[in-house]
Design a protein around this ligand. Sequence first.
Ligand SMILES: NC(=O)c1ccc[n+]([C@@H]2O[C@H](COP(=O)([O-])OP(=O)(O)OC[C@H]3O[C@@H](n4cnc5c(N)ncnc54)[C@H](O)[C@@H]3O)[C@@H](O)[C@H]2O)c1
Length: 366
Amino acid sequence: MEKIKIGVIGCGNISPIYFTNLKKFDFLQVAACSDLLIERAKARANEYKIPKACSVKELLADPEIKVVLNLTIPIVHAEVDLQILTAGKHSYAEKPLAANRNDGKKVMSEAKKRSLRVGSAPDTFLGGGIQTCRKLIDDGFIGKPVAGTSFMLCHGHETWHPDPDFYYQKGGGPMFDMGPYYLTALINLLGPVKRVAASTKMTFPERLITSQPKNGTIIKVNTTTHLAGVMDFANGAIVSMITSFDVWSAGLPCIEIYGTEGCIRVPDPNGFGGPVVVFKKGSKAWAETPLSHGYSENSRGLGVADMAKAIISERKHRASGDMAFHVLDIMQSYDESSDAGRHIEIKSTCERPQALPAGLGFGQVD
Ligand SMILES: NC(=O)c1ccc[n+]([C@@H]2O[C@H](COP(=O)([O-])OP(=O)(O)OC[C@H]3O[C@@H](n4cnc5c(N)ncnc54)[C@H](O)[C@@H]3O)[C@@H](O)[C@H]2O)c1
């Protein structure tokens, strides 16, 4: 079978789960890894038996590598994506696609010019939990979607992440960091967004790191850290959304979708599994429903694996650049809405990604 060779740029905190999971897809091979800190790349290569640890330049010059996985920090996602595309390789990056709409546009137009693919995390919407919700909606279980809620409230990442500064810079904050999980899940379930409105603010101008090794370091915050917004979807559903790094604790569900015939409580879109809980018109209580799809364990990497298989099969990939750009456009429009004090029409759009078939085992994407 043809194997697609993948190179990885960025060997930090999130990379181990990718190295672990990508080994399980027999149509791809991680051929090389790199990082600005070469010792980091060498350590990962050693641990995960990757044939080559090298500089970014060397990785991009390798003619065998067709797809590059960009696991760097958000502020350089676009710059690294552009390097990848300019080297003639397909690019798949961690979320968000870019730190702002203009950088995202540059990535998308470079890919178009070169007939290369852009893919982007999150791929959690391909997990068993959200694919089960997608099937319920597509099968008409809740009737016509009317409305929804989307809540992600916590106190940020400086208590656990080893290097949390980027979460408080442009391209970070709760919307750019966590919003992609929620917005991608919602777009997969409901389709594209037409317009948004929001109020945003920054409550704490400084953050104290309490994780190791930077315990005691102060971060100057350069992004909004609380957002309350509303989205009008093209299908007519209206979804209320809060993302916050300013709240110690909240008792709100992650995502709920309300339809003319029933409701779905969608599991945490920052994970792959369930539970999926439903309410049918006329019933007395919410009830958990079994998952119809596989990939309910931590399957990070599924999105880039699907893109590799899509290249081989010459079909569309699911975690697409178009969807990631639409997500980016929505996120930036939220901030612009708060500044302007009015709704912002969303100019971009995207297709709902094709649903995954039910019953796939780990390693299969179609
Ligand atoms: N840590 C998590 O739990 C987590 C979860 C989901 C998604 N993500 C996303 O994954 C991405 C990476 O996060 P992380 O936690 O691994 O960050 P990290 O800081 O731990 O790792 C990033 C790595 O990229 C390298 N790097 C930075 N700029 C580079 C460049 N120009 N060229 C080559 N290497 C470069 C850094 O040296 C570092 O090793 C982010 O977009 C983040 O939003 C992280």
